[in-house]
Design a protein around this ligand. Structure first.
Ligand SMILES: [Zn+2]
Length: 231
């Protein structure tokens, strides 16, 4: 016995990356989503989202009784009080903050969380709170995480992110690069203004150069940074 812990299977009862006895090899959607076309990516994303909801919503939020699935898995009905529920999605904003110089800015504000791999930086993001507009969430999250005020908030696009149940809603905004950065304790380890040339160099090198590892190309954060740098 080596004492090495066997990782648990994922919610499908499978071990990602491990070939099954029938020869199939299953992968995490986040790792291979970039290989799929739009239709396949949409279908797999929906399947993962529904499966995640089935795993996490087994009891009624009102009376606590077990629920049963109806409508081919697209809804649930409480066996106690009869309440119906549908798959939940938590909105989260993600915002590319630039310095407003020229048409699209010349520097972008990137930050890193302490739990990320070394030198990994990304744009800022956070969950929408109860009763909050998306725009107010952008303002609050940027202020909370790095202590700067943003202006000129503009919608860019969105991406379903069922890990476990989010949709990422992307924005761009401007901020004063001379404003002092005040980092959220425990949440943001470092933040810095990165010139466009540095982001371009990382993109051209496949996503990373010494001191700067960009988010994956299939994530909306990666697409936002590439779109901004190449504009
Ligand atoms: Zn109930």
């Amino acid at each position: 016995m080596t004492g090495e812990a066997v990782p648990p299977p994922n919610s499908w009862g499978l071990w990602p990356g491990v070939r099954s006895t029938s020869g199939e090899e299953w992968h995490d959607l986040r790792a291979v989503g970039g290989l799929l076309d739009d239709t396949a990516a949409g279908l797999f994303t929906t399947a993962v989202a529904l499966r995640g909801w089935h795993d996490r919503a087994k009891f009624c939020a009102c009376c606590g009784a077990a629920v049963r699935r109806i409508a081919a898995g697209w809804a649930s009905e409480c066996t106690g009080c009869g309440r119906e529920e549908y798959p939940r999605t938590d909105p989260a904003v993600i915002c590319l903050v630039h310095d407003g110089v020229g048409v699209n800015g010349e520097r972008v504000l990137l930050a890193r969380q302490p739990v990320w791999p070394p030198e990994r930086y990304s744009v800022l993001a956070g969950f929408v709170e109860a009763g909050e507009s998306l725009e107010a969430c952008v303002e609050r999250e940027i202020a909370e995480e790095v202590g700067v005020a943003v202006r000129g908030i503009r919608y860019l696009g969105s991406q379903p992110w069922p890990f476990p149940r989010s949709v990422m809603i992307a924005f761009a905004a401007e901020a004063d690069p001379d404003a002092p950065l005040c980092l959220a304790d425990g949440e943001i380890e470092e933040a810095r203004w990165v010139p466009r040339e540095e982001v371009l160099a990382a993109l051209e090198a496949g996503g990373e150069i010494p001191g700067l590892r960009l988010p994956g190309a299939t994530s909306i954060a990666g697409q936002m940074l590439a779109g901004w740098a190449l504009a």
